[in-house]
Design a protein around this ligand. Structure first.
Ligand SMILES: Nc1ncnc2c1ncn2[C@@H]1O[C@H](COP(=O)(O)OP(=O)(O)OP(=O)(O)O)[C@@H](O)[C@H]1O
Length: 235
């Protein structure tokens, strides 16, 4: 799988020939120096961007050759994203942020509200449900963003440097939350510079210059018997 930007002298090979299969329930951490292609890889896997060459499947279904509307629908229903900079709607309360995402995924208003409140409780923010993001700390905002990412019961959550903007106490909270999700069987792909997050993964992939230079299975976990969830093939 490849993603190139520009052409001629300006050609950037952001992702340049990788082949990856993520299994249901697996946590994969992706590390590597700045500019090596980690975010690009995550965007491709989550259907936020399309490969220049190669195929991407989510749960046995191609996502790289469907229309913009089709891929947007898949993202809303099957995928959760967590970003370094939270991307919360500032004019909506914590519960509304989570609820909106559930509504967009097709839940009824009642189910969306119930699920949003349950998720905020799960991330330890039941008492902050009616706060605006501006009244929350960075770690609390990120926990709202994680609740939002879970609101559609996604097949997989993609997190891009989820602790990159957090102090060490908030990092530990988020780390613990990912650990809980992992234990509950949530499939996670996490781009991180934090070796503590990477250490909790089943598999650690190290990238450099758009390719995988190392792939290490850390826990040997449940991989193997589980069905392939995301796959893409070198072409
Ligand atoms: N839209 C774009 N147009 C042109 N080049 C791009 C674009 N997006 C990314 N790149 C280039 O692709 C390469 C990989 O970028 P990417 O953001 O995936 O790296 P990264 O490993 O996530 O870096 P960081 O750790 O700094 O976030 C970089 O050289 C970057 O400049």
């Amino acid at each position: 799988m490849h993603k190139w930007y520009g052409r001629g002298e300006g050609l950037v090979r952001a992702v340049d020939g990788v082949d990856l299969e993520v299994r249901a329930g697996e946590t994969v951490a992706v590390m590597g120096p700045s500019g090596c292609g980690k975010s690009t890889l995550l965007h491709l896997l989550g259907g936020l961007d399309r490969p220049s060459r190669g195929e991407i499947e989510l749960n046995g279904r191609r996502i790289d050759d469907v229309s913009e509307t089709g891929v947007a629908r898949i993202r809303r229903s099957d995928v959760g994203f967590v970003f370094q900079t939270f991307h919360l709607m500032e004019e909506l309360t914590a519960v509304e942020n989570v609820e909106l995402s559930a509504l967009l995924a097709g839940r009824s208003p009642r189910t969306a509200r119930r699920r949003a409140l349950e998720l905020l409780e799960q991330v330890g923010l039941a008492d902050r449900a009616r706060f605006l993001p501006s009244a929350l700390s960075g770690g609390q905002r990120q926990r709202v963003a994680i609740a939002r990412a879970l609101s559609n019961e996604p097949l997989v959550v993609f997190a891009d440097e989820p602790t990159g903007n957090l102090d060490s106490a908030a990092t530990m909270d988020v780390l613990q939350l990912f650990d809980q999700l992992h234990a509950a069987g949530q499939t996670l792909v996490i781009v991180t510079h934090d070796s503590r997050i990477a250490a909790t993964a089943d598999r650690l992939i190290t990238m450099r210059d758009g390719v995988f230079v190392d792939e290490t299975w850390l826990s040997g976990g449940a991989t193997g018997q589980l069905s392939a969830l995301i796959g893409f093939d070198e072409q």
